[in-house]
Design a protein around this ligand. Structure first.
Ligand code: NAP
Ligand code: GLV
Length: 311
């Protein structure tokens, strides 16, 4: 089956060229814009597609993303309404995210920013340390990734709560919350807030001053969802006032973050370049193969997102 490879932001071939070559007997991948045989393209692999990208492929049936979040494909104006959008579900990615988030929770809990400053200043000073059980963590999103992160943190001894759109059975050691009242009830008991929500109209700008104010003073934010979910000015104000003691940011409204941005040199911010976790090449090829098989059979592909819901 012919697959168009479409990306405006990153060179998908440099990341996944080898993996695509390994499945070339089943999926013929061709780079966008496909000039000859565009009619034969039935699936696409896309990440931040060009706004008019899908106009070229009249027989397209499904688009696979290269990650858990499908927001950038769903937002593409030329995406036809009948086309399935397929996300990757990769337990290895969720595990990598669990490690990443745990590192940042412990960074805050064990006061590593202070230790690093002390090292720079050659100050030998022990700090009073709190056990994990004294540092409640609230997770926004209890999906494929949030669930794994929650279980990992609970295993490390942190009291963990998680917020989802619908009520759900929770893993041992994790308390569940839903709806707006539930969000604010969770925030009132949250020291470290972890964002693992998909970007939808409901979650855009959700991390704002009301949310930060609802947390006990001195809280910490770990932002690993999407940049558009956070009001940047509200974060800076919360850091300035001490309402938040710090933030770890992996995602930004504009990526790459412009060199002039205030986040780069903020003393209370730890940053990574949207690199909290990756999907494996195996997970990507398995997704493409399952999608192609479903398209061939005229069935909805596994892990197709609900386009109405937005994730
Ligand atoms: P998922 O399996 O689709 O889970 C999404 C979770 O968010 C679900 O629990 C869902 O609730 C909840 N949710 C959605 N809208 C909500 C709302 N309006 N109010 C409350 N809860 C809401 O997604 P996932 O695989 O866990 O990934 C989550 C997101 O993490 C991705 O979409 C992406 O933005 C981000 N991500 C970032 C990176 C990175 O490198 N920084 C890597 C991977 C993923 P229900 O359970 O009730 O449906
Ligand atoms: C990365 O951001 C992903 O959505 O997997």
């Amino acid at each position: 089956m012919r697959c168009a490879v479409i990306s405006r932001k990153i060179d998908l071939r440099s990341y996944y060229g080898k993996a695509l070559a390994q499945i070339a007997d089943r999926i013929e991948s061709v780079d966008h814009p496909v000039t000859e045989g565009a009619d034969a393209v039935r699936i696409a692999l896309a990440w931040h597609p060009h706004p008019d990208a899908f106009e070229r492929y009249p027989n397209l049936k499904a688009v696979c993303t290269i990650g858990a979040g499908a927001d950038n494909v769903l937002a593409c104006p030329s995406l036809p309404s009948h086309v399935h959008v397929v996300r990757v579900v990769d337990p290895g990615q969720a595990q990598m995210m669990a490690g990443f988030v745990s590192w940042h929770v412990i960074w805050h809990q064990r006061q590593f920013a202070t230790f690093m400053q002390h090292q720079r200043d050659r100050i030998w000073q022990r700090l009073e340390q709190r056990p994990a059980s004294a540092v409640p963590v609230g997770i926004l999103g209890y999906g494929k990734i949030g669930e794994r992160v929650a279980a990992h943190l609970a295993g490390l001894g942190f009291p963990v709560k998680a917020w989802s759109r619908t009520p759900k059975p929770m893993a041992p050691g994790v308390r569940g919350f839903h709806d707006r009242d539930g969000l604010f009830a969770m925030l009132a008991e949250t020291e470290v807030l972890v964002n693992l929500l998909p970007l939808t109209p409901e979650t855009r700008n959700l991390l704002n001053r009301d949310v930060f104010k609802a947390m006990p003073p001195g809280g910490y934010l770990i932002q690993t969802g999407r940049g558009e979910q956070m009001v940047e000015a509200d974060l800076l104000a919360a850091l300035e006032s001490g309402q938040l003691s710090g933030a770890s940011l992996d995602v930004f409204a504009i990526e790459p973050l412009p060199p002039s941005h205030a986040f780069w040199h903020h003393p209370k911010i730890v940053m990574t370049p949207h690199d909290a976790c990756d999907i494996s090449a195996d997970a990507l090829t398995a997704t493409l193969i399952a999608t192609a098989a479903a398209v061939q059979a005229g069935e909805p592909p596994p892990h197709a997102v609900d386009r109405q819901r937005g994730y």
